[in-house]
Design a protein around this ligand. Structure first.
Ligand code: HEC
Length: 300
């Protein structure tokens, strides 16, 4: 009986460790290279042979994102067809940046990379709105996450933009003459996330008191994204929380439990930002540890 009890505890420890491994780059035991039957080895050179759709830069994480489309996706996108045919594929490379010691105001790509793919097949992926999702580390292997949980998180967030067939990116005008495309922006997408106001009782008390000891309430992101969150969601969700924080001038957060959450909190007195800006603190807590604790300015 005692033995079974120990085994159970060990299994539980294993689950709680492995369920959130996106931030832990030191894993080596996992060698899975395929998610939802998609592997990066099928498209190893996508960044050099597909069309560059757009580039985004995340201020909060210092990450550059390059999005590419294969011919089928590219042609559909150019015609502004709201639904992508089977065979359309989008690939995204996220790469962290670091200061260039030779010229510090210019950031250079660092080695921390990850890859994401979206493959359209309306039959095979009918349960996930016709898209197969896959996420890989810099070597083309899966992160140490449950692929089912990661998939549900991808789907939950991409459902924000049904009007463009669940694709966020719009072509950036990087070449001469493509002006007409730039008018379409994802700003048209109305993000509807039910936030509920409540006392943030369950958040790690020490961290909560560090932020705004006198703030009685915060906005908690509920719904699909919270239900299916994996550690990657904590990072991706920051812009949504920022938007809410800006609107309500109150902290907002996505919480799985008290040791796993992302929080964006406004600062009432800012030393960093202009008066037309709001300084916010972004905190990512993972396994009880602060993975990110940074402040930056948002345009009001
Ligand atoms: C919390 C929101 C969120 C989650 C979760 C999320 N994405 Fe995205 N995804 C975005 C946004 C926003 C973009 C637009 C580009 C950017 O900002 O990086 C995007 C872009 C992409 C693109 C380029 C095509 C497009 O839609 O623009 C791919 C491919 C992609 N994501 C795959 C994935 C995969 C695979 C997962 C799950 C492992 C995932 N995404 C999870 C928000 C999310």
């Amino acid at each position: 009986m005692i033995q079974i009890g120990w085994k159970l505890i060990l299994v539980m420890i294993f689950i709680s460790q492995s369920a959130f491994a996106y931030f832990d780059l030191s894993t080596g035991a996992h060698r899975l290279a395929s998610m939802n039957e998609i592997s990066l080895a099928d498209h190893p050179d996508f960044a050099s042979v597909w069309h560059l759709v757009t580039v985004r830069y995340r201020e909060d994480s210092g990450e550059l994102r390059f999005t590419y489309a294969n011919d089928i996706a590219w042609n559909a996108m150019k015609k502004m067809i709201p639904s992508y045919p089977d065979g359309a594929i989008f690939g995204k490379v996220g790469i962290k940046t670091e200061a260039d010691p030779a010229f510090t105001s210019s950031k250079v790509p660092s080695s921390a990379k990850r890859f994401q793919l979206m493959v359209k097949d309306h039959v095979k992926y009918k349960d996930t709105n016709g898209w197969g999702y896959a996420l890989f580390d810099g070597q083309g292997y899966l992160f140490d996450e449950d692929p089912k949980t990661s998939t549900q998180s991808c789907v939950a967030c991409h459902r924000i933009v049904p009007q463009s067939d669940f694709v966020f990116s719009r072509p950036a005008s990087l070449t001469l003459g493509d002006q007409s495309w730039t008018r379409i922006s994802t700003a048209e997408a109305k993000v509807k996330f039910p936030f509920i106001e409540r006392k943030w009782l369950s958040l790690n008390k020490r961290i909560r008191s560090e932020i705004e000891p006198n703030t009685p309430t915060a906005y908690s992101l509920q719904g699909e994204l919270q239900k299916h969150a994996f550690s990657g969601t904590f990072d991706e969700v920051v812009p949504l929380l920022e938007e809410q924080t800006k609107r309500m001038h109150a902290p907002s957060y996505l919480e799985i439990d008290e040791t796993h959450f992302t929080l964006v909190a406004p600062k009432n007195t800012s030393k960093l930002c202009a008066t037309s800006e709001l300084e916010v603190r972004i905190l990512l807590v993972f396994n009880g540890r602060k993975i990110r604790d940074a402040a930056h300015c948002l345009k009001k």
